[in-house]
Design a protein. Sequence first.
Lengths: 432, 432
Amino acid sequence: MIRPAELIQRKRDGEELSDDELAELILGYARGEVPDYQMAAFCMAVFFRGLSERETYVLTDAMIRSGETIDLGARLGRKVVDKHSTGGVGDKTSLSVAPIVAACGVPLGKMSGRGLGHTGGTLDKLESIPGYRTELTLDEFVAQVRDVGVAIIGQTGDLVPADKRLYALRDVTATVDQPSLIAASIMSKKIAGGAQAIVLDVKVGDGAFMKTLEGARELAETMISLGRQAGREVVCLLTDMDQPLGAAVGNALEVREALDTVRGHGPSDFTEVVLDACGKLLALSDLGIDEEEGRRRAERAVADGSAEFVWRRWIEAQGGTSDESALPVAPVIRAVVAPKAGYVRELGAIRIGNAAVHLGAGRRTKEDAVDHAVGIVCRAKRGTRVDAGDELAVVHARTEAQADEAVRDVLAAYELAPEPPEERPVLLEVVG
Amino acid sequence: MIRPAELIQRKRDGEELSDDELAELILGYARGEVPDYQMAAFCMAVFFRGLSERETYVLTDAMIRSGETIDLGARLGRKVVDKHSTGGVGDKTSLSVAPIVAACGVPLGKMSGRGLGHTGGTLDKLESIPGYRTELTLDEFVAQVRDVGVAIIGQTGDLVPADKRLYALRDVTATVDQPSLIAASIMSKKIAGGAQAIVLDVKVGDGAFMKTLEGARELAETMISLGRQAGREVVCLLTDMDQPLGAAVGNALEVREALDTVRGHGPSDFTEVVLDACGKLLALSDLGIDEEEGRRRAERAVADGSAEFVWRRWIEAQGGTSDESALPVAPVIRAVVAPKAGYVRELGAIRIGNAAVHLGAGRRTKEDAVDHAVGIVCRAKRGTRVDAGDELAVVHARTEAQADEAVRDVLAAYELAPEPPEERPVLLEVVG
């Protein structure tokens, strides 16, 4: 029998745990035999000491073994691709990517999470659509992926229950942003969910868990290695999260922007990330095409309206209304104007993310309700030239007082300078 | 309202918390509003980041404010002195010191703890005496200190409940051995218990929480500073814990040795620590004498039998039998003999402590029962010259199998060398 206190102490002192010890700790936790307080201390020790490559693999494997796994490929009779983002501000990529690749003939069934902290969650965004059901049975999910090409639902409880419990614990004990724990959490879910090829979008910058390119690279390499050990193909995009992605931050606002992008009218940085991800996914699929051809087909699906057609079928199949005018609208709309002329030198993603949380677009605790209507639309992004009085952003708020506060917060996120900043592409690097 | 996850994160990232933040965290924990898992993560973050002098003071103060305090001095009409050890192997100092100083006219009422890990607890030792009651009401406690001069009981639940809860948590989350947390735990109890002058015995070495003299000095200085800020006089002895203190390790065995020492027949190293502590306590008392005179009086109380007389009155007042032959005796007694001639160069305290725990003398978990009869008597200490076949130690065990294992463990704790080791005094330093 393992003694959790002893394992915590050895990890705390920088030792590597044996496979059996670590697996028993995680499976014991999933069974409820190891209490939350010991796992919290263990995660904090891991935060300071890290996990070896081997330990990270064993952790991932134990999380997968804690629950059911789905062989989605066998059930669909197709090679299954999936994408996942490590989370950022304004990141609605999955919403646009799924219908575009489906329109190109590659089905995409995703299990997604809710937003926590300053980053939004795909499920919260989708729930701003009146009627949208995030809970389908596994059979409904598989049938919809087969018939419509797209389904996005919440994680089912039978899949990776150890991660479900561990993630909730890490969230309230300041142990989320540790590369091995992040990698194991993401990859255990993707592997257990049956994806055979995975495109990962690792966000880098002040609005992401990974603040530096080095840290993001390390995380990417860890996830690629975990995927390969499980026989999965993995590609990682490292993308900029120093400023929000696209313009919209906030649930219904982001759904609108995702749909605009599916129609070809999205913000350029966001469109770039979406088409990149689509190209990579199609190249990994069973279509037998390369990335360039994948990207061309994605652009065509956007241009010819087939992607928008799949969007509508998907939303309606999950009970939602595809009529955009049914999306909730905030009662107070306020412009944020430039106090002086200049170039936008910085647009702090974490400040915008936090301002959106204060407006009610995100959760401070797991019990908080989300206000789907509110948020911020950043019209001016890094490099934009503005005159004094020009609109920088628009705040969508529930009350006048919250609007006032958000206007101040948003202004503080913008840094204007006389010279344009160095150009920084949204796609920083590809790993794997 | 404080957000514990945010405070954990800031401590994790090396920030200093404000007085209000830290106090609310501790008081919230004592009230049951902050859950164990958040406090466990916080303690592990403190393990890596430490607490500032100010934070340590605020923590101590909050723990005191979490419960009742006793003005023992006012209730006795005397200046109250107390002693405390940070814990080691074979440390039965309080058992001998209390009746000796009481015989010199200075009452000593102590609230003590139970043993955990490889270190024994005063209460467990006393409970090896048939009939001894460790739970007295506060009124009974005060009356006995007044009438008999000595009372040693368990911590009452009304005193420093935050520490009670926190200590139990730290014990199972590998966060015990952190200087600020140790200092706050000890000093909050001493201050809340009403001691006006305190002699602290900080153990240093492989069998102690503090492995190095530097660490012990830092802990001593922290505790002295905490005491002074609360208006208490504090003196710290730093004493050796590289080898067990005295010869006996195990509850009833240690009670016998403590009584032998009160009668003047104790091991020399242990007698030295006891008389040092007595001299310091008497010098801090309201007798108005210096340390040298205090030590002389302590020696006299031992020599003239008055200390033994107080011992018997004390044990009987608390319901115990003062007849030593009533102490439990282990059924299997086995000698450990020297495999070769030489000098004892090392006698590893932690190995002896763990061997005693394996015999059943200590607890592995809080729920374990203690076997009061078993233990180890180390006849040969560091520097002793032995011939092959000479007795090094005696194992007192419950079963033959446990005796076999303990003999092996004890042998492994002894290191014999052809040359005598450098002499090392048991009293290493005095601080304060």
